[in-house]
Design a protein around this ligand. Structure first.
Ligand code: THU
Length: 177
């Protein structure tokens, strides 16, 4: 069954309240190169857990310079969740975003296929969005996975990585020259 890839979905994630917008079931499964998942969108308790884990990770953010804590939670194809926070440094340019922390944790433990990532910040008026560098790092592992952009009030929207980084360059392009 085709899902409505490309269309944002909105919702809330109060614990125990369930998913207000029923996500579609399966997406296209296609051979898409290393890391490309294109599988079932997380639902129900698994999604609630993913959303909770990104909020919890935010509490660990080391951000004394920006004072802008961010948390991310990454769901692998196998159903495991790796979380991460932003980790800043007195040498400012060495700081790393929450999204990349989560990806590096997962990769370094042998996981390269991902289904979804959820991101949390303290911004009350905007859904947190990943920076361009993180979008490119995420794209390394496929472009058919879901990114949940949240607000502290529990609302969220979900976007395909392909929407966040259209016309992207990835590992398979290296084989085309
Ligand atoms: N940051 C993230 O960790 N993820 C985002 O999606 C946006 C920005 C971090 C980087 C830096 O530590 C702080 O937020 C301010 O830019």
């Amino acid at each position: 069954m085709l899902r409505d890839a490309g269309r944002a979905r909105a919702g809330r994630y109060p614990v125990g309240a369930g998913h207000p917008v029923p996500p579609p079931g399966k997406s296209l499964t296609r051979a898409c190169g290393a890391g490309m998942e294109g599988s079932v969108r997380p639902q129900g308790e698994r999604l609630q857990l993913l959303l909770r884990r990104c909020r919890e990770a935010k509490a660990c953010a080391y951000c004394p310079y920006s004072r802008f804590p961010v948390g991310a939670a990454l769901l692998t194809a196998g159903g495991e969740i790796f979380s991460g926070c932003n980790v800043e440094n007195a040498c400012y340019s060495l700081g790393v975003c929450a999204e990349r922390t989560a990806i590096q944790k997962a990769i370094s433990e042998g996981h390269t296929r991902f289904r979804a990532m959820a991101i949390a910040s303290d911004m009350g008026t905007e859904f947190i969005v990943p920076c361009g560098a993180c979008r490119q790092v995420m794209r390394e592992f496929g472009k058919d996975w879901d990114v949940y952009l949240t607000k502290p009030d529990g609302t969220y929207i979900v976007k395909k990585l392909d929407e966040l980084l259209p016309l992207s360059f990835g590992p398979e392009d290296l084989k085309k020259a």
